[in-house]
Design a binder for this molecule. Sequence first.
Ligand SMILES: C[S@@+](CC[C@H](N)C(=O)[O-])C[C@H]1O[C@@H](n2cnc3c(N)ncnc32)[C@H](O)[C@@H]1O
Ligand code: SF4
Length: 375
Amino acid sequence: MSGIYLHIPFCKKICYYCDFYKTAALDSVEKTVINIAKELELRKNYLNNSVIETIYFGGGTPSVLNINQLKYLLSTIKSNFIISDLVEITLEANPEDLTYDYLHLLKSVGINRLSIGVQSFCDSDLKFMNRRHSAQEAIDSVHLAQNIGYQNISIDIIYGMSFSTTEQFIENIKKALTLDIQHISAYHLSIEERTTFNLFYKKGKLKQIEDEISNEQFYLLRKILLENEFQHYEISNFCKNGFISKHNSNYWKQVSYLGVGPSAHSYNLTSRQWNTANLVRYNKALDNNTLNFEKEDLNPNDKFNDYVITALRTSWGIRFDYLKSTFPDYLVQHFLDKMEKLIQLKQLKIENNSVVVTPEAIFLTDTICGEFIYA
Ligand SMILES: C[S@@+](CC[C@H](N)C(=O)[O-])C[C@H]1O[C@@H](n2cnc3c(N)ncnc32)[C@H](O)[C@@H]1O
Ligand code: SF4
């Protein structure tokens, strides 16, 4: 089984915090869609005829695509790949794009999961982030999608924002719970190099939040969601029973995937490759039926590092049997030595033949992963 990720790098307005590869050059949408379809055809053997279980339109803002463009990409996938009958097809959408008509059309072309970028239910936060929608529009978009029959909806929210309060964040979580959605992705705000927020930060208009407050918000989020039938299955992801994001969990389970579109990454168990993060260069290469990408062949150390970093972020953790059957003895021994120390520190524990991060240490996961890197 495998997945396909399509990167749609267009946004109508650029949010001040966002560092994903995106552009507001909407006049290139049609040309890029044609080239993404061309890339799908050129790379149809990348996954070795493996059955496609998940398709994910990410961005940027995939909901800038009209229905014909989405249909065209989906039919290109269907004619070049073997698709599972139970395929999960997710579209990342901005609330203001989700009109009644558009949602109907999304359903009719087979999009069966929506990931809606809400970020906050507070209008002043949204304004400060340069979002295009209000809190009410975000709520309305979820209700509209539910009325049309969507029963697999995720929302993105952001915490750790120094310009907002913990009380507001608790309000955001409570508001999310009233929406009867199945999945929540909650990301800590990071102030990234090439963003307007970084300029604000340098000018003193935006502060980094204190670690103590970040920590408090993360554990409040976890506590409230666990009390309300959500499972915490990955550091930034929560779901109701049966509604895990299949696509994202396959990334964390070392399943192969093909990523198309500018900046998209692909992984086929032996190497990783990533397309140029430059729309002009991406389109120019495909206009000439070639691809502009870089590739890295993975040695056992790289694969071990990737596995540890991704698996420790999940609630299923690192499986001893997988570790022992996949990696050479020196890496297994390295893992066991480091693990012992972290178990004594109560940052890791053994559960069902796997190693998982303890609830108290989840917020330290990045530091814990760093301990295992085999250089
Ligand atoms: C690729 S973005 C696309 C989503 C969609 N375009 C939207 O804005 O609703 C996915 C999510 O990443 C999160 N994100 C992006 N930049 C972030 C940052 N600097 N810090 C925290 N979260 C961020 C946001 O929650 C966003 O919804
Ligand atoms: S958060 Fe979404 S809409 Fe905003 S700039 Fe990033 S990709 Fe575009």
